[in-house]
Unconditional design. Structure first.
Length: 207
């Protein structure tokens, strides 16, 4: 896998600083999941990370800077996975597309849905994150559209685009209907629901 561009950890030049930043990163995630971004003050993060508040402020002048870097780092990590799939040009496009879908559903099983909702909400209030998220979604659409074009040479550009939007909506919508915060189907496991949605993606791309 390619080296992960990480605007969060790359703020430190040396190993000790990166260790401090990793503790801040982990503490920020824990606070956002448990109490939301409003509770993720610099002091609260410092206490949870077991570092001084001045250490947090050394790397992030404001709470807004910290949250922006935190959420953008998540997008950067997802981009690495996608770029790896794009680079596998010698493999079957359908297989690559379904593998990307499976990676997303694996995140759905491992990551608290609150994180997805918080990054969505914060992106509406933070211009830098909003731009990064919009670029990320456009990249996803282009990725799916490209693979659909390879799978179905007879499809025109519009059909590939429309189907890519439908598939992406089905995958991202899984945070609402199959994630840890789902309002319905709570008696069914996330694994079962992810498998159900995966079959839906297969029907779309094989049409």
């Amino acid at each position: 896998m390619a080296d992960v561009k990480n605007s969060f950890l790359d703020r430190a030049r040396y190993a000790k600083g990166r260790k401090t930043l990793q503790a801040i990163l982990d503490a920020t995630y824990e606070l956002i999941i448990s109490d939301g971004p409003t509770a993720a003050s610099q002091q609260a993060i410092a206490d949870r990370a077991k570092v001084t508040q001045s250490a947090v402020r050394h790397y992030f002048k404001t709470k807004e800077d910290l949250l922006e870097a935190f959420f953008i780092t998540a997008i950067e990590r997802w981009k690495v996975v996608l770029n790896d799939k794009l680079a596998e040009t010698d493999r079957d496009p359908r297989e690559r597309l379904l593998e990307w879908t499976e990676i997303h559903f694996d995140n759905l099983r491992r990551v608290d849905a609150v994180f997805y909702f918080e990054i969505s909400a914060f992106s509406q209030r933070n211009a830098a994150l909003g731009a990064a998220r919009e670029e990320w979604f456009q990249t996803l659409l282009q990725f799916i559209q490209q693979l659909l074009g390879e799978m179905h040479p007879q499809w025109d550009v519009q059909q590939c685009h429309d189907t890519s939007l439908q598939a992406l909506t089905l995958v991202l919508g899984s945070w609402f209907t199959a994630g840890s915060a789902r309002p319905a189907c709570v008696q069914r496991s996330r694994e079962e629901l992810a498998a159900l949605l995966r079959r839906g993606v297969e029907r779309l791309i094989d049409a």
